[in-house]
Design a protein around this ligand. Structure first.
Ligand code: 26Y
Length: 823
């Protein structure tokens, strides 16, 4: 059975303790008697790693021997979080390790806290990649991830007493060995930048000179849940091709010698902390090419080992582009096929367009990547030639289908005219791919009807589809909410191995919503999760949280489109309302604790001001003795995957309140609902499909719908109405902020002006309906039993949102790959 078949080394408590002690004495070269928690964690991790390595090795050998078609997930971000707990759960060894660790005099929870998050991502896109790796391995699919091994992950966020966000580096590897990766110093590729590209006969070219750097592989093991299949995430590190430039070194020019080695190492030094705003930085383009070139060289080498002709490439390889960040894979594969493999253009283009798939994650214009042509020509001269050639053939085809339509040609061109000209990466990704998809139904429809409309008209609709995002129920239920997981298994009378890999089984919980005893257990677990969060806040921030209040949570990157501003203005409105009430009226009010967490891009001034307003509003509101039993606000610094694992199971309600049409999908919305939290949200992204699944009566929707947004923005531009007229209650809140209720009002002027002036994200338009939705939440919460029923029904109906479902859709309808079980 699964219980035995996939574990090879230490499966019983005595051998586990023995192995841990062994690692303490040998791998760590320490003594068992004066070991601290960190040492104990490291030794326990090395012990689990022994299991992972055997499974990983067997899996890779098995894949090589069977040579199935494989899929490669190219993502510049993998927001993995911690691995130890996840590995233990996937191997089914958590309880044995807990026992062993206790026997050795340590506490499991304390050891788990020792691990640093692998935070190689910004937010949703990076966490999605991590969930998809978990699901690929769990579904026994031959999928590898390819990314970069940044020395520094997403910055650590500090909040100053004034409420300013401060950024500190995240040297996540500094603590010594990372037990979850295998350095593969033998797996290296040379990657070229700059130089010259000289055209040769037959469409080929010779690219030479410039700078060459080395890509070195580090393999991160990705265990599946209850299976031997352990997939691979290959992360590239850059290093100088030779230690440093010996010629300069010998000539006494030490600085120049070290400079070239520094510039090579710089490529993978840090994750760019922006999401949704592009800056056109040369180093970022270098990262993108370095990573796509190394990954493709690796993929091509593996394909060649099978010994098939290149025409069979699409039968063995599928490449998924996670947004446009890896789009250079398209011209790079063309370059390899044409210049190195001497395949003619037409055949090469056929191979590429049958191999590559593109997922779009946003329709916001400022997030669509464009690279200046002069920069591309300088850094990647051969790729720029190829892009021009692709564009020429493509526009000829468009002209043939739509003769004389010059506007259309200008709109569709890979090159945007201007000073400088720019390469439109989404257009390149689209025409170079077999399929293009969005990440929720509404978003995919917006991709088809807005940013890629011309391409749908040209190529027909069948290439453009939808794969609604998903989340892994292993991390986002079993791991983060073990009590709920246990209750579900007990109630369904099945081992969790069954429902965790077939999440539709949660439907069988539905009848238990009517069972008072079950509801009591359900509510008690939510309560204990609230206490766990309160304990976390107490120990990390020294603040006491009222666990008898409703927990209301908004955790995500700070961005105007996500409208944390709407939330905090709503909080202030609630505060003003409470202040005006009599003591008797206040008695009827539902106590509420509002949590915020999230990072702002370091250069995003308005987002940072929003944090400042939240922190200062919290300071004033929490200190008010008249209201503090009824309303408190917390901004939890340094949001991370690990913090999410504590926050999500504790929420009664969470907020997903983007302006309609702006949030492609959202994935934390799914995590909250899976844990029995209810949503307050706009009719946007995956909120819509969640409501379809769980029932609209279990979601608190508000706000204008997507089709209205464009018209409203037009009105705001050309027929502005002052906030005082459009929305008096909001005007009052803005006045309080401006008049200094939360510290120097002048500080917030730029933030308030975004609302008073164009109000691009339509806060004035949605404010009243938002306040109305929150009132409905209060009303519903009064009926505790009915609320718990809603909570149970929500969890029960979340099966669709497993990332297993999503990854199987990619596997079956895009990649055409099948499970390869490692027996
Ligand atoms: C080009 C660069 C500035 C850039 C870097 C990162 C642009 C975008 C991003 C990240 C985007 C992102 O995280 N998008 C989110 O993807 C999730 C997974 O599909 C969605 O659920 C979420 O709605 C979307 O905002």
């Amino acid at each position: 059975t699964w219980k035995e078949g996939f574990r090879s080394v230490n499966t019983e408590v005595p051998s586990i303790t023995k192995s841990i002690v062994n690692h303490v004495q040998t791998s760590l070269a320490r003594q068992a008697y004066n070991l601290d928690d960190l040492g104990a964690y490291q030794a326990a991790a090395l012990s689990v790693r022994d299991d992972l390595i055997l499974n990983w090795n067997e899996t890779q050998m098995h894949y090589t021997r069977k040579a199935p078609k494989r899929a490669y997930y190219l993502s510049l971000e993998f927001l993995m979080g911690r691995t130890f707990d996840n590995a233990l759960l996937n191997l089914g060894l958590k309880e044995q390790y807990r026992e062993g660790i206790t026997k050795l005099g340590f506490n499991m929870e304390d050891l788990l806290e020792q691990e640093r998050d692998a935070a190689l991502g910004n937010g949703g896109l990076g966490r999605l990649a991590a969930c998809y790796l978990d699901s690929s391995a769990s579904q026994e699919l031959p999928v590898w991830g390819y990314g970069l091994r940044y020395q520094y992950g997403i910055f650590q966020q500090l909040i100053s007493p004034e409420g300013q966000q401060l950024e500190q580096p995240d040297p996540w590897l500094a603590g010594g060995e990372n037990p979850w990766e295998l350095p593969r110093l033998d797996v290296t590729y040379e990657v070229r930048f700059y130089g010259t590209a000289e055209r040769l006969p037959e469409g080929r070219a010779l690219w030479q000179g410039g700078q060459e750097v080395l890509a070195v592989a580090y393999d991160v093991m990705v265990p599946g849940c209850y299976t031997k299949n352990t997939n691979n995430l290959r992360l590239w590190e850059s290093k100088p091709k030779r230690g440093f430039d010996l010629n300069s070194f010998n000539a006494g020019d030490y600085e120049h010698a070290v400079e070239s080695s520094n510039s090579a190492a710089a490529i993978t030094s840090v994750l760019y902390p922006n999401d949704h705003t592009t800056f056109g930085k040369e180093l970022r383009l270098k990262q993108q090419y370095f990573w796509t070139a190394a990954s493709l060289a690796d993929i091509v080498r593996r394909f060649k080992n099978i010994g098939k002709p290149f025409s069979a490439f699409p039968d063995y390889v599928a490449i998924q582009l996670n947004d446009t960040h890896p789009t250079l894979a398209i011209p790079e594969l063309m370059r390899i096929l044409i210049d190195e493999e001497e395949i003619p253009w037409g055949k090469a283009w056929d191979i590429v367009t049958n191999t590559v798939f593109y997922t779009n994650h946003t329709v916001l214009p400022e997030a669509l990547e464009k690279w200046p042509v002069p920069l591309m020509e300088h850094l990647l001269p051969r790729h720029m030639q190829i892009i021009y050639d692709i564009n020429l053939f493509f526009l000829q085809a468009v002209e043939k289908k739509f003769p004389g339509d010059r506007d259309r040609l200008a709109r569709m061109s890979l090159i945007e005219e201007g000073f400088p000209k720019q390469v439109r990466m989404a257009h390149l990704a689209c025409i170079g791919s077999r399929k293009v998809n969005g990440v929720a139904e509404l978003h995919s429809e917006l991709v088809r009807t807005t940013i890629l409309k011309d391409f749908v008209e040209f190529e027909g609709p069948s290439k453009f589809s939808n794969v609604t995002n998903g989340i892994t129920p292993r991390r986002w239920l079993d791991q983060c909410n073990p009590e709920l997981s246990a209750l579900i298994s007990k109630t369904l009378k099945v081992d969790k191995s069954v429902w965790l890999k077939d999440l539709d089984k949660l439907k069988e919980l539905l009848p238990y919503a009517e069972d008072a005893g079950f509801r009591k257990e359900w509510a008690a677990i939510k309560q204990r999760n609230k206490e766990r969060l309160a304990h976390h806040v107490q120990t990390t921030l020294g603040l006491t949280v009222n666990t008898h209040a409703m927990f209301d949570v908004q955790i995500k990157r700070l961005h105007e489109y996500k409208r944390q501003t709407l939330n905090i203005l709503g909080v202030i409105h609630r505060y003003l309302t409470l202040k005006q009430m009599t003591a008797a009226e206040r008695k009827k009010v539902n106590p509420r604790v509002v949590f915020f967490a999230g990072k702002a891009a370091p250069g995003y001034y308005i987002a940072k001001l929003t944090i400042r307003l939240i922190v200062n509003a919290a300071r004033i509101i929490n200190a008010d003795p008249e209201t503090r039993d009824l309303l408190t606000v917390y901004f939890l610094p340094d949001y991370s995957v690990s913090l999410a694992e504590v926050l999500i199971p504790a929420s009664d309600i969470s907020q997903h309140i983007s302006t309609a049409g702006t949030e492609a999908s959202g994935t934390s919305n799914m995590k909250f609902c899976l844990n029995g939290g209810l949503l307050v949200g706009t009719v946007d992204g995956a909120n819509i499909e969640i409501a379809e699944a769980v029932g609209e009566n279990n979601v608190f929707f508000f706000g204008h719908l997507t089709p209205a947004v464009e018209d409203l923005r037009y009105q705001h531009m050309y027929h502005p109405v002052p906030v005082e007229e459009k929305c008096p209650p909001l005007a009052k809140v803005l006045d309080c902020v401006a008049s200094g209720m939360f510290g120097d009002g002048g500080v917030y002027e730029p933030l308030l002006n975004t609302i008073r002036q164009h109000d691009y994200y339509l806060i004035t338009e949605d404010f009243e309906s938002y306040i109305g939705a929150l009132a409905m939440v209060d009303q519903a919460y009064l009926d505790k039993e009915e609320w718990i029923k809603k909570s149970i029904r929500t969890t029960a109906n979340m099966g669709k949102f497993s990332s297993d479902r999503a990854i199987l859709e990619y596997a079956e309808s895009f990649w055409n790959i099948e499970p390869v079980k490692v027996a």
